[in-house]
Each structure stands twice: as C-alpha cells, then as structure tokens.
Design a protein around this ligand. Structure first.
Ligand code: FAD
Length: 254
C-alpha cells in the first residue's frame, strides 16, 4: 500500500515530494473546505500564494502553476471567492500541464503509521524552506506573516493554530531581518517539539528532538557553564544549507 516504506528517508535531505504534497494538500484539501472564501481568508490565501509564487524553488511546471494561481488571485477583485472558481485554476486545463501532482506522497514526512507525520510535517518543512529563500533586502515578516495567516485561516488542526497564533502574537513582530525570521521559526518549532515530546502525537520511529540534533549539525551545539547552548550563527548557516534548493531531492528511490 501507499504506506509501505519506500526506503528509510535520509534525515539530512529535503524531499520535493513532501513539498509538492504540502502544496497539494494545503490548496486542494484545506482551502477547499470553504465553499466561499471571504474577508480574512481571501487575504490569507493571497499572501500565502504570493509568497509561494515568489520563493518556492520548485520544478518549472510547479512554478508556472503557482504564478498562474497568484495572477488569478490578484485579479480577483471581489471580496468573496467561490472555491469553484479557484478550483479551475488549481486543477489546470488538461492541455496545459501547469497543475500539481494529484496525489500526496510522503517521503521525508512518511510516518510509521498513516496517522503520524504527513501533512503537518510537510507544512513545517515548506515554511522553513520559504523563510530561507528571501534575500536580505526582503521584508522580514513577508514569509512569517503569510504562514501566520495561512495557519490562522486554514490549518485544519485548530488547536495547533491557536498555539501557533499565541507564539506569533507574543513575539513575531520583534523580528527585524530575514535571518531573524528563519531563526524565529526554528526556535518556535523547537518549542512545539519540546511540548509534544512523549505525547501520543509522537511517532515512536521519529522522536521529537530539539533540532538539528548533533549528528546533523555538531557546530550548532555548544556547552557554556555546563549548560547546553545553541550557536545561533551556526544554526542559521545550517538552516540555509539544509533548506537550500541544492538539498531538495526529487528522486528518493536510490
Ligand atoms: P515535525 O515537527 O512536523 O517536523 C518536520 C521536520 O522538520 C522534521 O522531520 C525535521 O526534519 C524538521 N524540523 C524539526 N524541528 C525543526 C526546527 N526546530 N527547525 C527546523 N526544522 C525542524 N501538533 C500538536 O499535537 N499540537 C500542536 O499544538 C501543534 N502545533 C502545530 C503548529 C504548526 C504551525 C504546525 C505546522 C504543526 C503543529 N503540530 C501540532 C503538529 C506537530 O508539530 C508535528 O508537525 C507533527 O506531530 C508531526 O511531527 P514530525 O515528527 O513529523 O516532525
């Protein structure tokens, strides 16, 4: 079946299958839950797709797809968007191959059982990736703001969305640069990992760690006065390398 492990994923890699599956699930499952988008949801979707169209380092046909969805949304001046209209853009025309793969495939995000990992794992991965694509001249809150809006308006796990909004309201507006944005998301994700470690949402095959563990990034860790401290400069270098286009793998069967 689809959950038969293809092969143990390499935790040092990012897999395009997870990222494209995140796009598919976000746009064609989560957004589709609303037959008509209004108000805040319209704004959140526009911001999310604008960020994807700008920064998602995808295959050419996926980038074309994202640009066409972005264009369509920008031209939609109405304050209410029926999903049926959006759906035409999201599925593409048969003759123009600008749509996403029609199925989700988890590779790096595959759980040991179907209810573990999958989409939430891929959504984190997607947003970490997006935070490191912005150049130093970009607005520091562009990607984080889009993530905040998407999670608030659409993320199906409402408890998760509340937790995330709590962290965002507390400190997101203190972020002053794109580097700080990448580190903000990294440190908040680690807070979530710490909170969830040992709970029933943890896949026993993928324990919740403070990430990246020393095996992935020895230089990220140091000890001061016998206490563990992160070397933030090393973490930032690691995030930029780990979530760089060069570390995204299309082929996961070898
Ligand atoms: P995930 O935590 O999903 O991480 C995915 C991958 O990202 C990891 O495999 C690793 O490669 C990498 N990674 C891990 N930590 C970091 C980091 N600090 N920085 C960068 N990369 C990292 N579940 C709940 O039960 N309660 C919640 O309140 C909750 N809130 C959530 C909020 C958001 C915004 C999201 C997207 C998810 C939330 N979830 C919550 C789901 C939960 O965080 C996990 O996504 C899910 O349990 C699957 O875990 P996972 O082991 O696949 O790893």
């Amino acid at each position: 079946g689809p959950y038969a492990p293809i092969r143990a994923p390499d935790i040092s890699k990012v897999y395009m299958a997870d990222l494209e599956s995140a796009l598919h699930y976000a746009l064609r499952v989560e957004v589709a839950r609303f037959s008509v988008l209004t108000g805040e949801r319209v704004r959140a979707l526009k911001d999310f797709v604008a960020v994807l169209a700008k920064y998602f380092p995808g295959r050419p046909f996926v980038r074309n797809f994202l640009r066409s969805v972005d264009r369509w949304l920008r031209n939609a001046r109405e304050s209410r968007i029926p999903y049926s209209g959006l759906e035409l853009v999201l599925t593409g025309r048969k003759e123009s191959p600008s749509a996403l793969p029609a199925l989700v495939t988890w590779v790096g995000c595959q759980g040991s059982e179907p209810h573990f990992r999958g989409y939430p794992c891929s959504l984190w991965t997607l947003f970490h990736l997006l935070t490191v694509q912005g150049g130093p001249d970009h607005s520091p809150l562009e990607v984080l703001g889009a993530m905040r809006g998407y999670v608030q308006s659409f993320f199906g796990c409402r408890e998760c969305a509340q937790h995330f909004e709590g962290m965002a309201a507390e400190s997101m507006d203190k972020v002053r640069s794109v580097d700080e944005a990448a580190l903000w998301l990294w440190s908040r994700h680690n807070r979530v990992n710490a909170r969830l470690a040992g709970t029933e949402t943890e896949d026993p095959q993928f324990p919740k760690l403070q990430w990246p563990p020393p095996e992935l990034c020895p230089l990220c860790h140091s000890v001061v006065n016998r206490r563990h401290v992160w070397d933030k400069a090393a973490v930032l270098r690691f995030l930029k390398a780990h979530f760089s286009p060069a570390n995204i793998f299309l082929d996961y069967t070898e």
